[in-house]
Each structure stands twice: as C-alpha cells, then as structure tokens.
Design a protein around this ligand. Structure first.
Ligand SMILES: Cc1cc2nc3c(=O)[nH]c(=O)nc-3n(C[C@H](O)[C@H](O)[C@H](O)COP(=O)(O)O)c2cc1C
Length: 242
C-alpha cells in the first residue's frame, strides 16, 4: 500500500517542477538546468526509497525521464565534441538505455539517473526523419550493424550531430541481448550533405495524411536518392566520411 502510494507520487511529480519553474523569469537554459537539478533531487529521493524497497524499480521508462525533452524549446545552438571523444551507450533489446558513458552524459547534458532506464529517444531531436530510425531498427533486429548520421538534442534544447555505429550484441545462444552504439563527431561536409536530405524526408513525413503513409513515402524518397546516386545506403554513408 505504502509502495503503491509512493509509486503514484513518482508518477504525479512528472510535470510539477517544470510548471513551478514557468513562473520564474529565467532564461530557458537556466530553467532547464534548474529543472534538471529539481528532477535529479526527486530521482535521488525516489532511488533512496527504492533502495529501501518502498518503491519498486520500474521495468519501463518513468514519465519523469520520458518527458524531460518535451519541456524544452529548441535553441538552435549547435554543440560539438572533440574528435578523440566517443559517445557510447548500450540498450536492452527494446531500446531502453542500460549504460551511457561520461561523454554521452556531458554532451547531452543529462545525468546517469535520467538516462539509464530511459528510452533512447530521450535524446531524439524532433527534426530527425523517422525513416532513418526505421532503417536502423530493421537492420538491428535482423542482427546487422548500421552506420548513420544522427541529429540529437541536449536537455537544454541545443543540438549535436553524431556519426553513429550501432550494433546488436549477441548472447551465447546467438540471440540478440541488446544494442551498442559508438558515436564520433562527424565531418562538417558530411553534415552539410545529410542535413538537407533529412529536412526533405522530414517534410515528406510531416505533410502525409498519417504516420504510416509518411514513413512509407519518406523511405521511398530515401531509396530513390540512393538509386539516383547508384549506391547502397552503406556505400552512401561511407562515402561521406573522410
Ligand atoms: C543502441 C541504440 C542507439 C540509439 N541512439 C539514438 C540516438 O543517439 N538518438 C536517437 O534519437 N535515437 C537513437 N536510437 C533510436 C531510438 O531508439 C528511437 O528509435 C528514436 O529516437 C526514434 O524515437 P521515436 O520512435 O520515439 O520517434 C538508438 C537506438 C539504439 C538501439
């Protein structure tokens, strides 16, 4: 009973820190930092009680984590990271993050407790076309690796491009036990080539009558771009990297 009430509290607090901060006259980045601190404090409180077994651990991402980015306005500010750095994350087979390295947390401006247990879409940028993720997931679930340029969003509303290598991880029985992604900072020329293509795909998805039609048309357009270039997706992505 007590555990249920505490779990309800954990659901209920989801939007309140953001609502409380709305009344303050702070810049959006300061608001997000304050929100992050408040969320972190609430998470710590909840984790302490989970340790005491008063609140059960969730097997799916909690609302506090899922909604973090929906509170944030895009700033248009691009962030980058040194070529020697690698952003690493691992997920379970459903795409829920099980590990993120310090570079990931620093670049995304998230804490480990906000990230671990969250869906990987926690860093999703709204301008990314769904066709790219559809291709990613179809490859991964077929047991294949994929390289992709991905635009991500920080908890502040800034954005950063990555050149990602995403791979399935296999158990001793050959079954997929999760996924692993290593990301480096992409060449500017590659971003300059990919960005307008992604904008076109996103526009196709947005103007479709429904999500399914939008995704179908977007995938068809991506395939037609590759056909015109006379290359496969992999050849195209490799051709962009120096
Ligand atoms: C290992 C791994 C890494 C991923 N990395 C990212 C990422 O950096 N950014 C991102 O937006 N989605 C990433 N995804 C894809 C997300 O799971 C998700 O499909 C995507 O954000 C689209 O979310 P949506 O379907 O809710 O729109 C990754 C998935 C896996 C399995």
């Amino acid at each position: 009973m007590a555990a249920e009430r505490m779990a309800d509290l954990s659901d209920a607090v989801g939007d309140r820190p953001a609502m409380a901060l709305k009344g303050l006259n702070l810049s959006s980045c300061t608001q997000v930092s304050a929100l992050t601190l408040v969320c972190g404090a609430i998470e710590s409180f909840l984790e302490f009680h989970r340790m005491l077994k008063l609140i059960p651990f969730r097997s799916k991402p909690g609302p506090l984590r899922q909604k973090l980015h929906t509170h944030v306005a895009l700033t248009g500010v691009e962030r980058t990271f040194p070529p020697s750095d690698i952003i690493v994350s691992k997920t379970c087979p459903k795409g829920v993050i099980t590990y993120a390295n310090k570079v990931f947390l620093d670049v995304a401006r998230l804490t480990e407790s906000q990230v671990v247990g969250a869906a990987h879409s926690v860093v999703r940028h709204p301008d990314m076309p769904r066709a790219v993720f559809a291709l990613m997931w179809s490859r991964l679930q077929a047991g294949q690796e994929i390289f992709a340029y991905v635009l991500n969003m920080t908890s502040c509303g800034d954005h950063y491009w990555v050149h990602a290598h995403v791979t399935p991880s296999f158990g001793a029985d050959g079954q997929i036990i999760g996924y692993h992604s290593n990301r480096r900072v992409p060449d500017r020329s590659a971003v300059d080539t990919v960005a307008p293509i992604y904008r076109e795909l996103k526009a196709i998805e947005d103007r479709a009558a429904n999500r399914a039609d939008g995704l179908k048309s977007s995938v068809e357009r991506l395939n037609s771009i590759l056909r015109d270039a006379g290359v496969s997706y992999d050849q195209y992505v490799f051709s962009l990297a120096s």
